[in-house]
Ligand binder design. Structure first.
Ligand SMILES: Nc1ncnc2c1ncn2[C@@H]1O[C@H](COP(=O)(O)OP(=O)(O)OP(=O)(O)O)[C@@H](O)[C@H]1O
Ligand SMILES: [Mg+2]
Length: 408
């Protein structure tokens, strides 16, 4: 079975194999992805152990990009299954091309008429038509979706299953079976087994807990916001045009913003965008004013904007005054670590996790947010109103492709 199959020009040549961890790191670097030792080791191992990699972490830390870069670095074709709520297995595995079937029956109307022409009753006509089933439920009328495409591919592929946490649990079970066996059975046609084991990358933004069974089958890698050194390195590699010293300061400011209790913390991609913006504007000094004017590049919610505007003077200069947004007095000192005091007219203090003691990269803030099941339909780490109700999933989900009883 060769849906979308190309002649095997790349072959399964050794070129796509990583020689070792350093080779993986170097080749990802060559295509613009700066992997740290942990990432490079995981990527090297998945290529050798044939295990999928599950990448978890906040938005914009390079999860999807890692899969795209892996495909580029290995010369493999990329197949992508973008997950969403309510998605059913036909969009992940395969479906029958009803339109094409219909078109063929229209065109072949006369021929079909001949088949049933001399049937003595309806029963016999139906019986004769059903004998032709295999024609209409054959590869010709099959529309393979990413999972089947990956399994059936004649060339080695990288299969990206993006934002798997957005899919329903029933689809997760389908994935589980496919990833466990690297084969898919199509009742009308038979079982399709992978010729080349795909490199599989799953990503999740942690909007819901994934099943232990899925996690068990994967190499797990948590991608967090990078260290300042690595973020600066990424900025440099993107050639944003912003001077190095300013880029380094910008990275610090962004890290400060990540420490605030924001609905959507700025990610690496936003740091890149901000650097490009400042460069285009010809900025030579990172003042609170110039950052405030361009804050919309990194801040996406009005509520976050207020918080960020308030924090900018402190982030650009730790000794600067923090303006009182309610028209009260300005502080003659920063609210850095240890600035733990109250004013009668001051706004209520932020929750403890939002204070600077949370650590430079906001780890504690995110840890406090990482409350399984607290999310509803909000996305990107937005505080939810409680666990989302489970969507009803048809019992038939998965039955057509997997005869075995699936794990619950
Ligand atoms: N290690 C890295 N090396 C080079 N670029 C990076 C790296 N990490 C992140 N980036 C940059 O950050 C951008 C955003 O990454 P990506 O879209 O992969 O994030 P994500 O984690 O998939 O986010 P989301 O959860 O929103 O889908 C990429 O386009 C890339 O430019
Ligand atoms: Mg992504």
């Amino acid at each position: 079975m060769t849906p979308e199959a190309q002649p095997d020009q790349t072959g399964t040549s050794e070129a796509e194999e990583f020689a070792d961890v350093d080779d993986a790191r170097r080749r990802l670097g060559d295509v613009g992805y700066l992997a740290d030792a942990r990432m490079a080791t995981t990527i090297f191992l998945q290529s050798r152990l044939g295990k999928p990699v599950l990448l978890e972490g906040p938005a914009g830390v390079g999860k999807t990009q890692l899969a795209l870069s892996l495909a580029q670095a290995t010369g493999r074709k990329l197949l992508r299954l973008q997950c969403y709520e309510g998605q059913d297995e036909t969009k992940a595995l395969y479906e029958w091309d009803y339109g094409k079937q219909l078109l063929y029956t229209q065109i072949l109307r006369e021929k079909i008429g001949q088949v049933v022409e001399d049937a003595k009753d309806l029963d016999e006509a139906v019986e004769r038509i059903s004998r032709q089933d295999s024609i209409f439920f054959s590869e010709r009328f099959l529309a393979p979706r990413p999972l089947l495409q990956a399994i059936a591919s004649d060339v080695p592929v990288v299969l990206l299953i993006d934002e798997v946490d957005r899919a329903d649990e029933a689809l997760e079970a389908v994935l589980l079976e496919t990833l466990a066996e690297f084969q898919i059975s199509i009742p009308e046609i038979g079982t399709v087994t992978a010729k080349h084991q795909p490199f599989v990358i799953l990503t999740s933004n942690n909007t819901r807990d994934l099943s232990a069974a899925l996690k068990r089958r994967c190499l797990h890698l948590f991608l967090d916001y990078p260290t300042p050194e690595r973020e600066l390195e990424i900025l440099r590699s993107k050639e944003t045009g912003l001077a190095d010293a300013l880029s380094a300061r910008l990275v610090e400011v962004v890290r400060g913003l990540r420490d605030l209790e924001l609905r959507k913390a700025p990610s690496i991609s936003e740091t890149i965008d901000w650097a490009r913006t400042l460069s285009v504007l010809g900025v030579t000094e990172l003042s609170a004013e110039v950052l405030a004017e361009t804050l919309n590049v990194v801040i996406k919610y009005e509520r976050d904007n207020e918080k960020a505007l308030k924090a900018l003077p402190r982030l650009t200069d730790p000794n600067a005054a923090v303006p009182d947004s309610r028209g009260g007095h300005g502080h003659g000192h920063g609210h850095g670590p240890g600035a733990d005091h109250a004013h009668d007219d001051a706004p209520p203090p932020p929750p403890p996790a939002a204070l600077d003691e949370s650590g430079a990269d906001g780890r504690a803030v995110r840890a406090a947010k990482d409350d399984p099941g607290r999310h509803d339909t909000d996305y990107y780490g937005a505080p939810g109103k409680g666990a989302a109700p489970k969507r009803p999933v048809p019992r038939s989900q998965g039955e057509r492709s997997f005869a075995r009883k699936r794990p619950v």
